[in-house]
Ligand binder design. Sequence first.
Ligand code: AMP
Ligand code: ZN
Length: 137
Amino acid sequence: MAQECIFCRIIKGEIPCSKVYENNSLLAFLDIAPLSQGHCLLVPKEHVVRPDTCPSHILIALTQQIGPLAKAIITTAKTDSYNVLVNCGRNAGQLVDHLHLHIIPRFTSDNALSHCPPGKYPPGRMEELAHLIGQSL
Ligand code: AMP
Ligand code: ZN
């Protein structure tokens, strides 16, 4: 709920943050528990939960800001690498139910994100899944 949402409270100025950037529709600030130095969160000012339920004008505004923000982060962090991450739903690790993009600068051997071993499909399953997902669009 928007009233209790920690990011809405940050946007309203009720809770402090280390602000990096702000415009009419977006706010970027440092993550309080960074996976690496310079880890930023980019959030829409409107309370929306995740991309699949979010109006497209908000997604457009967010994605337009990824490039400039990422460039500023990696320039400041003196690296050429970063991850852009969106956790959607509890099983994906979403703890704050207000849509946010993590932009995480990455450094040699920083172990910031653990890597999962790649899976594989049984014969035919890949084609079946591609077909089913395509049909659901
Ligand atoms: P997620 O697991 O994708 O929902 O990520 C939520 C992120 O919000 C975590 O990385 C937290 O460290 C971060 N976070 C939570 N509260 C604050 C806060 N008050 N200021 C900055 N970052 C926060
Ligand atoms: Zn919110």
